[in-house]
Design a protein around this ligand. Sequence first.
Ligand SMILES: Nc1ncnc2c1ncn2[C@@H]1O[C@H](COP(=O)(O)OP(=O)(O)OP(=O)(O)O)[C@@H](O)[C@H]1O
Length: 445
Amino acid sequence: MNQATRVLIVEDDDTLRDALCDTIEFGGYSAVAAGNGREALSRMDAESFDMVISDVQMDELDGHGLLREVRSRKPEMPFVMITAHGSVRDAVSAMRDGATDYLLKPFEAQVLLDMVARMQPPAEADLPFIAVDPASQQLSVLAKRIAPSDATVLVSGESGCGKEVLARYIHSESARASRPFLAVNCAAIPENMLESMLFGYEKGAYTGAYQSRPGKFEQANGGTLLLDEISEMDLGLQAKLLRVLQEREVERLGGNKLIPLDVRVIATTNRLLEEEVRDGHFREDLYYRLNVLPLNLPPLRQRPGDILPLARLFLDRYAPKPGASFDASAEKALEQYSWRGNVRELENCVQRAVILARSDVLSEADLLLGDQLCASAEPLSPVPAGRPALEGDLKIREQELILQALESTGGNRKDTAERLGISPRTLRYKLARLREQGISLPASA
Ligand SMILES: Nc1ncnc2c1ncn2[C@@H]1O[C@H](COP(=O)(O)OP(=O)(O)OP(=O)(O)O)[C@@H](O)[C@H]1O
């Protein structure tokens, strides 16, 4: 529970709005109510929120209009749309417009609370960098050595292997540790928004720019900016980024003032950037500019000494009470498994095991690794108890469509998103949800 999490509830029905707010507060979060989209926007101008949960049908500004406004102002804000029972069209169009997820009416209080909990970013203090295997110890020594320098770092490694945690570690070991660490996921944000998010904009720079806003570069001044999945940035923006990195100053969109920057940039990639350069998808000059200090994070299967320490960290994090442990069969199974989804898969596995286990000593059977998982996940995902059947059916159909699209594109995320008609950001979120359920996905997804 996180008392500081502020949820903006937008609903025109007084009774339902009160019930939603009560539920949110009961879950330990703080709720602020708005009666329609217009009111919600003015609340957002006046105070800050961690997520928005909005109904669709409202006078003044409806849920779809609100979503579009929120996306242009705060592209990364979690936004959940409450859609009418059976209104698949509303749900689909909400996801197309960039909603993070949707809730189909009627839903139980617990479904709402689970949704809010899922939208929480992990607290920074919860992210220690575990490095026990000799390979990661070497990397951690190297990271510590390069931390004090201001040079750009390029962290490469498979998806979910801990690149962001390593970037945070470098920041925490640098003289910038007390200054901001900001992360921007270049794959998750629509291209037309990424530019204004990075560089900021002046009021009136484009339709919808009601107020001037500093970009992430400005906000990270004095600290570190993590450009996650840099290979996904389009070529036009790469040129602008290169200029900012070379000149060490930024100009907001629609602005005419150069703002000096003192920002350490760390970029991550799970593709081979050399190949992207060779294929003409990534600028060679930017590649050299970023690749000053390259760090390669090996996949988890190549650093087996990290598996148990990481599993114990996640067990402490997710077990309902302290003192939970793995028995010898569980430890052996964890060490022998191939972890194609890397640390993220391990984390999901432990989180699931904690829910399934009947005692606080977890055994191999609780882990549901490999074949056992496939057997238990028939059909693709069990419908959570208490959910309306239609919602369960829809989710299963959605999963099938995503998996089919992934298969037909050979796991290529950009093509899959295009085929499904959703943004890469929405796809990324949905893939994370599938992984959470233990559904295995093609490696490059
Ligand atoms: N060495 C580590 N110590 C502690 N936690 C870790 C470590 N490596 C990974 N994790 C955890 O595993 C999860 C995935 O890590 P992270 O997001 O850093 O991976 P990533 O390589 O940046 O993934 P992606 O390529 O998808 O962006 C996170 O929840 C993170 O906290």
